[in-house]
Design a protein around this ligand. Structure first.
Ligand code: URA
Length: 446
C-alpha cells in the first residue's frame, strides 16, 4: 500500500477501504507516516468527506490504537454524556452526580478546554486536590462505591486521536463532521460505556454553527455508536450565547454546586434536568422522560445529588469542603463591571467572542503550555433579549492581572449589540437525533 495512492484516491473523492484507513491511522500513530502526509490526508477528508463505512473504519482504528477500559465486572448500564463544547457549558458537572444519586453508573471521560470552549476537567481541577488522571483500579472502585467518576484521557487511550487532534488543530481541519465523529466516538467507546447521550451544540460559539451541520454531526455519531450496539441519543442545543451565568473554571464549578442546591440559573438548570432525565431513561432506571424528571427533582431537592458530588470529589482526592465554603476555590483579586453603553435590548451576546475574551483573561489556554488561572472569568447579570439601561452592569469581570483584564475587556465589548426594539431569542433546545433522524422539539429558553 502506498500512502501517496491513498491520499490521491481520497483527494479525488473516492471511498477508501477499511484496510487503507487502518494503514494510514496505524502508520501515523507508530510514527512511520510523516505529519505532512497525514496533513494532506486530513485536508482531503475535510473537502471530500467520508461515507458511513469509512467513518466506522476510522473510529475503530483510532479506538484500537490504544487500551480500552473493561467495565464488564460492574453490574448495570454504564451511561455517559458528551457535549461538543461551548461557553459556560457546564451541565456535566451537575448531571453526573444526579444520575449516580438515582442509581446510574457514570464513567465520564472528559476533555480540557479547546480553543474558545471550556473543559470539564479544567473546571474540576479548580477544586483543590481533585485528580483527573486515575488508574483503572481506582476508576472501578469509585464506580462501585460512588457510581460516578469524571476523569481524563490517559496516554494509552486512543493515542491516534491525541496525535491526529494536535495536527488538526494547526492545519484547519478540526471542523470536519467525519473527523470530529471519529475523535469523540473513539474516546467514548474506549471508556467502556453502554449508552451515550450527546449534546451537539449549534450557533456562534459551537464548532458547528449551522443547524443542519449540527444535525449531521449528531447523526454521524449516533450511527457509529448504534452500529457498535451502544444506546445513543443526541440533543441539539443552542450555543449562540453562553449557557448559565458563569464563564470560567471556579465560577462554573460554583454554579454547578448551586444547581445541585436548587439555586442555579434557569437555562442551565433546565438543560441539566433534561439531560439527566434522558440518561435515566437510557439506563432503564426510569420508564419515560416524565418519570425521570420526577426522580431528578427528588435527587436535587433531597440533597442526594450533592452528597454524590461530595463522594466523587473525595474519591478523586479533592477537597469536599468547597461545597460549603466557596472561598476554598481559587479567586480573583480584581472585580470590574462591564457596563451597557446604551439603553435598549441586548440583541447579540456572541458566545464565540465571549469565549475568546475569557481565554485572554486566563480562563483558557492560548498555547498548549499556557497555565490556567482558575479564578478568573465572568458572572453574567443579563442575557440575550434582556432590557438594559445605559451604564447598567451587564456582567462582572473577575481578573487577576490588569493587562489581561484590559485585553479581555476590549474583546468582550465586541460581543454585544443592542436594539431599541425587543428581540427574539434562540431556543434552549432545537430537537433531538436518533437513528430515525432529526425530530424538531423546541424548548424555549426558560
Ligand atoms: N472534541 C473532540 O474530542 N474531538 C474533536 O474533534 C472535536 C471536539
Amino acid at each position: 500500500m502506498r500512502v501517496y495512492d491513498i491520499i490521491y484516491k481520497k483527494r479525488n473523492g473516492n471511498e477508501l477501504t477499511p484496510e487503507e484507513i487502518s494503514f494510514m491511522v496505524r502508520s501515523y500513530t507508530e510514527g512511520t507516516l510523516p505529519d505532512y502526509q497525514m496533513s494532506a490526508f486530513l485536508m482531503a477528508v475535510w473537502f471530500r468527506k467520508m461515507t458511513g463505512k469509512e467513518r466506522a473504519a476510522l473510529t475503530s482504528e483510532m479506538l484500537h490504537s490504544g487500551t480500552t477500559i473493561d467495565l464488564s465486572s460492574i453490574k448495570g448500564i454504564k451511561v455517559d454524556k458528551h457535549s461538543t463544547g461551548g461557553v459556560g457549558d457546564g451541565p456535566s458537572l451537575s448531571l453526573a452526580p444526579i444520575v449516580a444519586a438515582a442509581g446510574g453508573i457514570v464513567p465520564m471521560m472528559s476533555g480540557r478546554g479547546l480553543g474558545h470552549t471550556g473543559g470539564t476537567l479544567d473546571k474540576l481541577e479548580s477544586i483543590p486536590g481533585y485528580t483527573v488522571v486515575i488508574d483503572q483500579t481506582l476508576i472501578k472502585k469509585n464506580l462501585t462505591d460512588v457510581g460516578v467518576v469524571i476523569m481524563g484521557q490517559t496516554e494509552d487511550i486512543a493515542p491516534a486521536d491525541k496525535k491526529m487532534y494536535s495536527l488538526r488543530d494547526v492545519t484547519a481541519t478540526v471542523d470536519s463532521i467525519d473527523l470530529i465523529s471519529g475523535s469523540i466516538m473513539s474516546k467514548k467507546l474506549a471508556e467502556g460505556m453502554d449508552a451515550l447521550l450527546l449534546d451537539v451544540k449549534t450557533g456562534k460559539g459551537a464548532f458547528m454553527q449551522k443547524l443542519e451541520d449540527s444535525i449531521a454531526l449528531a447523526l454521524s455519531m449516533v450511527e457509529i455508536g448504534v452500529n457498535l450496539k451502544k444506546a445513543m441519543f443526541s440533543y441539539i442545543t443552542d450555543m449562540n450565547q453562553p449557557l448559565g451565568n458563569a464563564v470560567g473554571n471556579s465560577l462554573e464549578m460554583i454554579q454547578a454546586i448551586e444547581i445541585l442546591k436548587g439555586k442555579g440559573p434557569s437555562d442551565i438548570t433546565e438543560l441539566v434536568i433534561l439531560h439527566s432525565s434522558r440518561m435515566l431513561v437510557m439506563s432503564k432506571i426510569a420508564k419515560n422522560q416524565e418519570d425521570a424528571r420526577n426522580i431528578v427533582q427528588k435527587m436535587i431537592h433531597s440533597g442526594k445529588a450533592l452528597e454524590k458530588l461530595e463522594g466523587m470529589i473525595k474519591g478523586q482526592k479533592g477537597d469536599p469542603g468547597v461545597i460549603e465554603d466557596y472561598s476554598l476555590f481559587p479567586g480573583a483579586s480584581i472585580k470590574e463591571e462591564l457596563r451597557s453603553p446604551e439603553s435598549g435590548y441586548i440583541s447579540d451576546m456572541d458566545a464565540l467572542t465571549i469565549g475568546i475574551s475569557s481565554v485572554l483573561l486566563g480562563a483558557g489556554r492560548e498555547t498548549m503550555e499556557s497555565k490556567l488561572d482558575y479564578g478568573v472569568g465572568y458572572t453574567l447579570h443579563k442575557k440575550l433579549g434582556d432590557k438594559v439601561k445605559k451604564d447598567e452592569s451587564i456582567l462582572t469581570i473577575h481578573a487577576n492581572d490588569k493587562d489581561k483584564l484590559e485585553k479581555a475587556k476590549n474583546k468582550l465589548k465586541e460581543a454585544f449589540k443592542f436594539s431599541k426594539e425587543p428581540v427574539s431569542i434562540p431556543p434552549l433546545v432545537y430537537g433531538y437525533v436518533t437513528m430515525d433522524g432529526f425530530t424538531e422539539e423546541v424548548h424555549p429558553r426558560p
